[in-house]
Design a protein around this ligand. Sequence first.
Ligand SMILES: Cc1cc2nc3c(=O)[nH]c(=O)nc-3n(C[C@H](O)[C@H](O)[C@H](O)COP(=O)(O)OP(=O)(O)OC[C@H]3O[C@@H](n4cnc5c(N)ncnc54)[C@H](O)[C@@H]3O)c2cc1C
Length: 439
Amino acid sequence: MNERLTERLANEASPPEAAPFAPHIAVVGSGPSGCYTAQMLKKKWNDAQITVFDRLPVPFGLLRYGVSPDHQSTKSISRQFSRMFESGSVAFVGNVQVGKDISVGRLREAFDIVVLATGLGADRALPGIAGGEVYGAGRVMRWFNAHPDELLFEPKFGRTTAIIGSGNVAIDVVRLLSKHSVAFTGSDLDPSRLDKRPNEIVVVGRSDGGSARFDSAMIRELGKLDDVAFHVELPDHPREQNPLAVAKLEALRELCDEGRHVHNPRVRVKFRFGWIPLEAGNDSEGMFLRIADSETGNKTDLLRVDSVVTAVGFRGGLEHEIDRAIYESDRSNLAAGVLDDGLYCVGWFRRGPIGGIPDNRADAKLVTEQIVSDSERSSLVADKPGFESLAHNLHSSIVDFDGWVRIDRFESETTTRDRCRTKVPDVATMLDIALRKSR
Ligand SMILES: Cc1cc2nc3c(=O)[nH]c(=O)nc-3n(C[C@H](O)[C@H](O)[C@H](O)COP(=O)(O)OP(=O)(O)OC[C@H]3O[C@@H](n4cnc5c(N)ncnc54)[C@H](O)[C@@H]3O)c2cc1C
């Protein structure tokens, strides 16, 4: 067939190609859920212009400031997000607190799609458990991770610390408070954080041990700590006997095995399962924590402690500025991450403080699919002006990904031989390093 004819027939057969969908997308929060969502949306729409905002000059949320400093392999998940930003396909805009520096409403005027991924930044409080030496576990972990919000925080653990809760974060705190200093080699933990740790740790858990929220692997990791003696008190009648519960109880029992008997322990850790906290306070003898048995509440005990760490979950930390409820409309469908037309939420901000990093990947997939389906039903159009239109709304100290790379390099290059990095502890210095070149 003649070439011209072939071309004409081909053109007649196929309709004119639709322009690719190229929305302007803002993701608020550069933690795992925000980064996974940006990654998935970019994969779906290569022509999308995606901007990831963060209130800090540095990205990655709890990967940098929650995950324990001695779990560097978990922290290294951030490398895949770095590659996304490095490729230039997604922009990082740090040091912009949405709700303070710019409103969600203004973002919605500029972007076709806005996804809130701001996590939950504050510790959930326990009624009756407050006061001077009572600290939230999230705060303690931020402090161990040199979060700039905790620059002035100086916890006084004293000789005996009680940890309330038995999830993975509680076990992270147990490990960081008891692990031998030398064993932090290769981590990014500031050595000064190890100066004043307790000699005794009491973990108070409501559950029967088997139904505790921690993973057995976290308990087995405790079993490898040098010079730490464990004692585990379980209720008489454990409630759960499913395979997971059996594995947890087995891991707890192994902690106390004759084989790992410690003659002269540096730290003693006691797990007390089946107890709930009633009250913390001070009397003439010092600080106390009063607990009751979780079955009947009839039996109580008074623990003499110097500090209490509560590890019982998280809540929104910036709720006066960013509160999911404010944005929920009659079109909200939280199960799918929809808050309003063109406004979505993902990660801990959407589903609460449940699950680890892989769960945020699944969450990002769910919300991305919802966004794509909304675009296919034409309830989303791409007609907003995007980030450039915010030039007059934003201050000049924005940190882009190159700025973060300068901070990252500075942290790795100025560290000591036994650390993989020394984190810059305050925002002013971060900005100084990040913006140095562009001034
Ligand atoms: C102490 C701790 C240890 C953990 N350890 C592990 C672990 O070892 N393994 C694991 O799998 N999971 C771990 N997790 C769970 C994991 O960190 C979370 O599942 C995950 O980080 C939630 O992701 P996210 O993106 O929803 O929230 P986040 O990681 O909290 O990210 C939220 C981001 O939003 C930014 N932000 C907040 N407000 C604003 C605003 N107004 N404007 C702009 N930006 C804002 C924050 O700065 C932050 O960067 C841990 C959690 C904690 C608390």
